[in-house]
Design a protein around this ligand. Sequence first.
Ligand SMILES: Nc1ncnc2c1ncn2CCOCCNC(=O)c1cc(-c2ccc(F)cc2)cc(O)c1O
Ligand SMILES: [Mg+2]
Length: 214
Amino acid sequence: MDQSKEQRILNSVSYNAVKGDPESVLDCIDKYCSQKEWAMNVGDEKGLILDNVVKEADPTTALELGTYCGYSAIRIARLLKPKAHLFSIEFNPEFVPIAKEIIEIAGLSDKVTILEGHAQDIIPQLKSKYDVDTLDFVFLDHWKERYAPDTILLEECGLLRKGSILLADNIIYPGAPEFLEYIRNHKRFECTNYPSHLEYMKVEDAMEKAVYLG
Ligand SMILES: Nc1ncnc2c1ncn2CCOCCNC(=O)c1cc(-c2ccc(F)cc2)cc(O)c1O
Ligand SMILES: [Mg+2]
């Protein structure tokens, strides 16, 4: 059976990246996906916005919804302080082993736990099963129509605290209109928009930061 695009991305990383060097893994994926095959990694342009928000949050406990090949998990985990940890939720069983392998090549396996399943099923288990208290940073990059319901779920599960920072990808393309409507009209969130472009394309996109006011 011929390989998937995600397996070809892993092959490229495995062959070209420097083991244990997150930057070289990120560069390899960006090079492959801009020159060979487009893929839905957050990419280098929006990746810089992600980097800056992660630095601002300086999270002890971080959550990512939508792991895909692990590109943004590497962007986040490479900036985490020693005892900090990232939980990343991915529902597609084909992507999980590929993301684990790419994160391993980056040397960040100790800082990232990939949880397989739907966000709405795993979020309610984070406190009891994964010993999470509250989340300092959340990156939303899964199904766009799940951004709003899963944000509500995070709040209902008591996983947000005063100052928790959410960052959502793809606000313009593919778009997350319900999320934008919800988060900008919800008085307990302070929102900031970051205009950018769709990964590896000239198409307009944006990220939205929302700080939970408690
Ligand atoms: N744990 C979970 N719970 C629920 N659902 C989950 C889940 N984990 C995964 N999923 C399923 C959804 O995963 C992928 C979501 N991401 C995107 O769809 C996406 C699409 C584009 C895109 C596509 C085509 C174009 F032409 C132009 C742009 C760009 C992006 O940057 C995207 O992020
Ligand atoms: Mg995205």
